[in-house]
Write a protein that binds this ligand. Structure first.
Ligand SMILES: C=CC1=C(C)c2cc3[nH]c(cc4nc(cc5[nH]c(cc1n2)c(C)c5CCC(=O)O)C(CCC(=O)O)=C4C)c(C)c3C=C
Ligand code: FE2
Ligand code: FE2
Length: 377
């Protein structure tokens, strides 16, 4: 349901859309990788050792990563995708009578937080909404971006009442967008629309993985991914004429493993192979990304598709990310309105938590829903 606002009530609102960032050309691949591996949220070693590790890994990984980015024209589409989401969100909120300006803020490549903080200060907003484009909270993503922003805002002398959206693993618009996008592919798969005979279908809900030790330290990411997946399958079932989640063949799995550490599982590649052994067609859904980039356009569309062909898990359908799906953008709009309401109710200060019953497993310092005293949406 759209929540209406009138302009005089809301003032000038700056919305920050946080994401990871991606190289904008071949020369940017190595410095982008360096920035990523030099982040203490990714490699938790002392600064000098981390710098040396980041230098080494980025040098080694760059040629291989460059080949993947070359398959998308040399650079990442993540920034243009995020800019399209920013325009769509501005249009959604304009339709509710709100004056907003939206900035993408990237963690490891341009536009960096320092530049955006200077631009936001020059625009002179009355309030700021910090909205990570990560539905599921992780210390390695949302927390890293929010810390980076807090430092940049201090350096820029930007001191404006701010509401921070922690995470929204079950936000109804997000879930509906996923379910509708899956349902389209499901109908094609079940009718054998690609020319082949229809086979039983397995749904793989694939999220970016994380090293196990990050989860063991209390990061709520995996728990929230599982919450998203359960909600998506529950919303999907009636759209495809099933009685509920138990009436569907579905599996949560984790992609994009990097480095020698043990990562959470099951891995998406192992699940693709298992689907082949079980004689299943596959529908693969990226559940932790909200836009297209190397992990979807190369890893899911090329690498896992090839694996599925080899394993006999065909046909293989990849569901698009929520991107500018109206239900998803409307859901982001609702989150913005709810965040601003909390800020108003608290007179500009973070509000008392509504965390009872969320079951969030994170320790106090590790999930913004508690640290920033916000609730899960
Ligand atoms: C849910 C989102 C993400 C989590 C969690 C995450 C953790 C994480 N990532 C790496 C290492 C790499 N990630 C890379 C690309 C990449 N990662 C995400 C999202 C999450 N990462 C996105 C959206 C992208 C795409 C960037 C783009 O192209 O625009 C890469 C670079 C690609 C490559 O070389 O494979 C690396 C490296 C780690 C180590 C990690 C958790 C500790
Ligand atoms: Fe990543
Ligand atoms: Fe939490």
């Amino acid at each position: 349901m759209i929540q209406e606002r009138d302009n005089s009530e809301t003032g000038r609102i700056a919305i920050l859309l946080f994401n990871l960032g991606g190289p904008d050309g071949p020369d940017a691949v190595r410095p982008f990788l360096f920035n990523l591996f030099n982040d203490p949220a990714i490699i938790g070693a002392p600064a000098l050792i981390r710098w040396a590790i980041a230098t080494l890994i980025s040098r080694r990984r760059a040629p291989f990563a460059r080949q993947n980015y070359a398959l998308m024209g040399g650079g990442s589409p993540l920034l243009p995708e995020t800019q399209a989401q920013a325009r769509a969100l501005e249009a959604d909120l304009a339709g509710r009578g709100m004056t907003v300006k939206t900035w993408p803020v990237m963690r490891y490549w341009h536009p960096f937080a320092d530049r955006v903080a200077a631009e936001v200060k020059a625009w002179s907003p009355d309030r700021i909404v910090a909205l990570p484009l990560y539905p599921q909270y992780s210390t390695s993503t949302s927390a890293s971006s929010l810390k980076d922003w807090a430092k940049a805002a201090r350096r820029a002398g930007l001191d404006v009442p701010t509401t921070t959206l922690c995470c929204y693993p079950q936000q109804p618009g997000l879930i509906r967008a996923h379910a509708e996008l899956i349902a389209e592919r499901w109908r094609q798969a079940e009718t054998g629309a690609d020319g082949g005979p229809a086979r039983p279908v397995r749904l793989l809900l694939s999220a970016h993985g994380l090293p196990k030790k990050i989860i063991e330290r209390g990061d709520p990411y995996q728990w929230q991914v599982e919450q998203s997946c359960a909600a998506i399958v529950a919303a999907l079932a009636p759209l495809i004429g099933r009685s509920g989640p138990d009436d569907l063949d579905w599996q949560v799995c984790y992609q994009s493993r990097v480095g020698p550490l043990e990562w959470i599982g099951p891995s998406t590649d192992a699940e693709v192979e298992r689907a082949g052994r079980d004689g299943r067609a596959l529908i693969v859904v990226p559940v932790a990304f909200v836009s297209e980039h190397v992990e979807t356009l190369v890893e899911l569309d090329i690498e896992y598709r090839e694996l599925a062909e080899k394993a006999g898990a065909m046909p293989y359908y990849r569901v698009p990310t929520p991107s500018v799906h109206p239900a998803f953008i409307g859901g982001l709009g609702d989150l913005v309105v709810q965040g601003l309401d909390r800020l108003t109710a608290s007179g500009g200060r973070p509000v008392a938590p509504d965390v009872a019953g969320t079951g969030c497993p994170a320790s106090f310092s590790q999930c913004a829903c508690r640290a920033a005293r916000l609730s899960h949406a």
